[in-house]
Write a protein that binds this ligand. Structure first.
Ligand SMILES: C[C@H](N)C(=O)N[C@@H](CCC(=O)O)C(=O)O
Ligand SMILES: [Mg+2]
Length: 354
């Protein structure tokens, strides 16, 4: 099965409510869809999210990177040469990780279709069901409490609370949410780089003293401030999770070597796809660092690829694949079944879209 053509399109999905973090506010998803056509008529599908604030990519840059750099590097190759295809995608252009991720997952989709197997089974088939958290946008405490109660009523038992936009009120926000939802609900906190290292230690210690029992704090300080991440990790009891600080296997190695975090969040849009994500997951596993699988503002297309990857890996112990739950509707039928906080893998071949 040879790669005959790669076609770039669009995928759009309105959000149920505006998505707000310390880095950005988004009202609707406008992403890139990628279709890799094989010479036997089969098609692999992928998606890229233009998260300029995190990966530096835009709709224009993603489509240009695919058309002008990634496509010429792999056109005509046989799908069975998977490792060589992945190495060529990686070296076709520096960074541009979401563009690479869209093509990587479409190739994996074709690869699994070629072997008539669901992708997660081909990758190792570790589990059939995932339990995801859902993200609560940063707003004033009252609105966040309402959003948390609504999420629990929808069936979510793990809430990922966005903070970091207005640090002075962050402790109050999390305490109000804990009081409202009770202790049976797991709370994760994501500052999206919004705190200074000293602020982070002060806020996390205050959350600990208030008995909020937060499971983890994600990316407390600026992504390049690994010394700051190390300072926060060393001076708090709560687990610290590196997100924007880890794109590549080398980044993961630096975080591990410096003990700058306890946990790592892997996102296909940061790694450049499944091939590189496996490397990070395995480096972390070898160093007893459990990983989260996360997503950007992505629809069911790329989140399904991430679900297949997560279902194949023992070391992915936390799931933040809530993109489809934040959308009003899915742009395409098929793929794993997303129902409240459950993601169930099916026996459909590839990623599961026909
Ligand atoms: C959507 C997901 N739960 C999430 O919060 N992802 C990112 C932010 C993504 C974005 O800005 O698109 C994260 O920081 O974990
Ligand atoms: Mg994050």
């Amino acid at each position: 099965m040879k790669i005959k053509n790669i076609v770039v399109g669009k995928v759009e999905a309105p959000l149920i409510t505006p998505f707000k973090t310390a880095l950005r506010t988004v009202h609707s998803i406008h992403n890139i869809a990628v279709y890799v056509h094989a010479d036997n008529g089969q098609i692999g599908i992928g998606e890229a999210a233009p998260t300029a604030a995190i990966t530096g990519e835009t709709l224009g840059s993603i489509s240009h990177a695919i058309e002008e750099y990634i496509k010429p590097a792999i056109i005509g190759m046989d799908i069975e040469e998977l490792t060589e295809i992945m190495e060529r995608i990686d070296s076709s252009i520096y960074q541009n990780t979401s563009a690479k991720a869209a093509v990587d997952m479409a190739i994996y989709d074709l690869f699994a279709k070629h072997y008539q197997t669901p992708l997660y089974k081909l990758l190792g088939g570790y589990r059939k069901e995932l339990v995801t958290d859902i993200t609560i946008s940063v707003n004033d405490s009252e609105e966040m409490v309402k959003d948390c109660i609504a999420a629990v009523q929808r069936g979510f038992q793990i809430l990922k609370i966005k903070v970091g936009k207005d640090p002075a009120s962050d402790v109050e926000r999390v305490v109000a949410i804990r009081d409202a939802v009770g202790h049976a609900i797991t709370l994760r906190v994501d500052a999206n780089q919004g705190w200074t290292p000293k602020q982070a230690v002060q806020i996390i210690r205050a959350l600990e003293d208030a008995g909020t029992n937060v499971e983890l704090v994600e990316q407390p300080v600026h992504c390049h401030d690994l010394a700051g991440m190390q300072f926060v990790t060393a001076n708090t009891l709560t687990k610290i999770l590196a997100d924007e600080s880890v794109f590549s296997a080398k980044d993961a190695y630096s975080i591990i070597e410096m003990r700058a975090a306890d946990l790592i969040n892997i996102k296909l849009m940061k790694t450049g796809g499944i091939y590189q994500a496996q490397k990070i997951c395995h480096i972390a596993e070898a160093n007893d660092i459990p990983c989260m699988i996360g997503c950007m503002l992505e629809t069911k297309i790329s989140v399904s690829a991430a679900a297949h990857f997560a279902a194949s890996q023992k070391n992915i112990t936390m799931i933040d694949l809530d993109g489809p739950s934040l959308c009003l509707k899915d742009p395409v039928p098929g793929g794993p079944i997303f129902e409240n906080d459950r993601i169930r893998m099916t026996d459909a071949v590839g990623i599961g879209f026909s």
